[in-house]
Design a protein around this ligand. Structure first.
Ligand code: NAP
Length: 491
């Protein structure tokens, strides 16, 4: 069960820290054991990334693209291993890992293999009569990346691939409890021909390895996906050195159902949008805001489907919903649900933690919640949908935006003007119309407000890892230039 604990300078390393056991949340059994990295290992990984940077940043886009394209092929061929690791360390249903996590990651790798060859900017030209100006795009440098446990492979790919495509070198710290697929990604990248040191993985907890990496003096940028409070700590650590940061943080997505919506579609969409990955999804539908005339039917329809959801063994292809990530996380979710009635919420279904060793929790629907209530305002990160009604369109938009978060939201309507208004006025990095959740490699993902800033996926995320340089060349050859007059005159 013992395994390499980190990946530094192109090779697996067994670090000297305490042993950590990866637990399968579906049954509480041990999946793997590995030694945690220590701050000195972070220093080694950063030094290795620093040493590898000039070679990788200096490679041609075509050379980088070829390695990344090969990585996409190898990851595709390793699908069954990646699925097995992801399911055992997170407890996510095998259907989700097979149809979403792994193929989505492979597609994202493939996308960045192509994007590596598409550096764009303003045309070189004579913007002044005396100069030619040109734009260069250069790799930011050594990137420190910290990722969460909910989609370990996808979150790693979303951060690492644009950085590699841009010519950066990377040190990534996955969540301590879910390191397996990130280590496999590094091994596959090495097999694909990525030079040693360009991608390093240090495993360990946020408190020691994470903070050592976020606050490291010799990285150039810190990118983070995780919760809002930790993201702010990471930003503060990076700010000590003035390092560039990019943060993908929490969410509390509104799901607005107007009175002209296709009710069946909205009910189906709410169930899928709320329960994906057992609700442990930053864009999950969490706040349904439903027009008064549809409210009762919406609540009844969602409750009916929630009750039919198959909760159980993630390895079984018929399972819809796996466990929550840990017993501690289930206690947090259950605690929030149990406090909801004190604030006026009506638990329509769920609110139940099945017996047994796994950290399972039934899909839970809470209606009539108060706007001020904890379950309406704070991220629950579990299979819990809360519902309120609205009176008119202004009220719907107001409720949708009455949150500190701004990651995603959706509007359900057959009225083109309402759809346009919702897409314009819902304050979030992504607004879906008549759907909720789908993502695509060509399009950006990232939030506003307390959900962070900067983009993952798409050409926009490549920008995060590039610095823009302006090169301005004199084309006159004249020593005494016209503009010198503004500073001094020959006397
Ligand atoms: P988290 O507790 O914030 O942890 C995220 C990562 O930060 C983990 O690797 C964690 O390490 C590390 N960390 C913890 N404390 C740290 C510190 N002081 N310095 C540096 N790193 C530190 O989040 P999570 O519970 O893993 O993930 C769930 C959260 O992620 C939710 O809020 C969700 O909305 C958000 N999320 C956002 C997006 C998005 O795209 N916006 C996507 C996915 C998830 P350890 O866990 O190993 O200690």
């Amino acid at each position: 069960m013992g395994m390499a604990s980190s990946w530094i300078d192109g090779a697996p390393v067994t670090t000297a820290g305490a042993t950590h056991t990866v637990i399968n949340p579906a049954d509480g059994n041990a999946v793997a054991e590995y030694a945690l990295a220590q701050p000195a290992d972070v220093d080694r990984a950063v030094a290795s990334a620093r040493a590898a940077l000039p070679g990788w940043a200096g490679a041609t886009p075509a050379e980088r693209s070829a390695v990344l394209a090969k990585l996409a092929r190898l990851a595709d061929e390793a699908t069954s291993d990646l699925v097995a690791e992801e399911v055992s360390q997170t407890g996510k249903p095998v259907r989700l890992a097979t149809e979403f996590d792994v193929p989505g990651s492979v597609d994202n790798i493939d996308f960045f293999a192509g994007a590596a060859r598409h550096l764009e900017g303003k045309a070189s030209a004579e913007y002044s009569p005396d100069h030619t100006s040109a734009i260069r795009r250069e790799a930011v440098g050594v990137v420190a990346t910290i990722t969460p446990w909910n989609y370990p492979l996808q979150m790693a790919v979303w951060k690492v691939l644009p950085a590699l495509a841009a010519g950066c070198s990377v040190v990534i710290k996955p969540a301590e409890i879910t390191p397996l697929t990130t280590l496999t990604l590094a091994r596959l990248a090495s097999e694909a021909g990525l030079p040693p040191g360009v991608l390093n993985v240090v495993t360990g907890s946020g408190a020691d390895v994470g903070s050592a990496l976020a606050g490291h003096a010799d990285v150039d940028m810190v990118t983070f996906t995780g919760s809002t409070p930790v993201g702010r700590r990471v930003m503060a650590a990076a700010a000590v050195h003035g390092h560039r940061t990019q943060l993908e943080l929490g969410g509390k997505a509104p799901f607005v159902v107007f009175d002209d919506a296709d009710l069946d579609a909205a009910i189906q969409g709410a169930v899928a949008g709320a329960l994906i990955n057992t609700g442990q999804d930053c864009t999950a539908a969490t706040r349904a805001i439903v027009a008064q005339p549809l409210y009762d039917d919406f609540v009844a329809g969602v409750a009916e489907l929630f009750d039919k959801v198959v909760v159980g063994d993630p390895q079984d292809p018929d399972t819809d919903l796996g466990p929550l990530i840990t017993q501690a996380h289930r206690s947090k979710v259950a605690g929030m649900v149990s406090r909801a009635p004190q604030e006026g919420g009506r638990i329509v279904c769920g609110g139940v933690a099945p017996e047994g060793p796994g950290s399972f929790y039934r899909p839970t629907l809470i209606a009539d919640v108060a706007e001020s209530s904890e379950v309406w305002r704070d991220e629950i990160f579990g299979p819990v949908l809360t519902v309120r009604s609205f009176t008119d369109d202004d009220d719907a938009i107001r409720q949708a935006n009455d949150t500190k978060f701004g990651l995603a939201g959706s509007a359900w309507t057959r009225d083109v003007y309402r759809a346009q208004r919702a897409s314009r006025e819902i304050h979030a990095g992504c607004v879906w119309i008549n759907d909720h959740i789908p993502i695509i490699s060509e399009m950006p993902h990232g939030g506003f407000g307390a959900s962070g800033f900067g983009k993952d996926m798409s050409q926009y995320s490549l920008e995060e890892y590039l610095s823009i340089k302006h090169v301005m060349s004199d084309i006159t050859g004249v020593a005494e230039k016209d503009w010198h007059r503004t500073v001094f005159t020959k006397r």
